[in-house]
Design a protein around this ligand. Sequence first.
Ligand code: 2RA
Length: 340
Amino acid sequence: MGYRVAIVGATGEVGRTFLKVLEERNFPVDELILFASERSEGSKLTFKGEEHEVRALNKQPNFKGIDIALFSAGGSISKEFAPKFAEDGAVVVDNSSAWRMDPDVPLVVPEVNPQDVHMFDKKRIIANPNCSTIQMVVALKPIYDEAGINRVVVATYQSVSGAGAKAIRELEEQTRAWCEGRPIPEPKHIAKQIAFNAVPHIDVFMDSDYTKEELKMLNETRKIMHDDNIKVSATAVRVPVFYSHSEAVHIETKRAISPERARELLSRAPGVVVVDDPHGGAYPTAIDAAGRDEVFVGRVREDIAFTPGLAMWVVADNIRKGAATNAVQIAELLVKEGLV
Ligand code: 2RA
């Protein structure tokens, strides 16, 4: 038996990747219904060799008959439309930040807290965490289970695709201008020039002077791990990379854990690939992770500032594991658990 699956925000970076991932993982789709803004109405996207026409979300009278709706259309669209889909019977898996901290909405990373999908029924909405949180918690989970975690200090190196297709073009255009000796165009989609730069400003600044992106890494980690005592201090940085976020993660554990044991646990953890032979030149980079669904971990070592503690380098494709793949895995869990 298959499902009627809707994609909201189908023409965006994540929307298009939903299609690829559903196809690659052979998700049981009986019917696919694609929605986007009026601007994209009538455009066509291919799924399993067949073209599907994109409908305008705001022209749809109702959303009856949809089993699962995968949303990646921004917070305000999610706020308005996710409850409408849910009311008409769908389970919504939402990629925006609109519902993540709602106590009636589970926030799920299937490798970490799969049991939380069962709490979907209050609102029939499940939130997909932020990309930089997802890859970090996948790597933290085996360490947490073995040694406990008091605090994490993390610096991110986030690719421009996290800011959407327009930011990808911005990096391309700025780079091209520089190579051709022309003035670099003014930034429009990233706070400062991104070509040949590193910009410590993702999402808006909050009263604490942390950015919202950085606080997502604290608040979402606590919710996913069901542990309000974990402290996470993040600095989120945009770098001139197209796909994959990288993170330097420093962990103070409750109990000592050796790097060897951590590598062993990580190698066995679902969705994790350990690439860690620094002297042999083996550690993961953004380019290695791009197009892949796993979280890559390397540079595992004893932290010299946190005792006991570990340091590691965590890389994942932000559009795949950080967004589309995680959402499709949640849909798979719903199917497996008989919830749709
Ligand atoms: C970014 N975290 O990389 C965002 C995308 N969700 O900007």
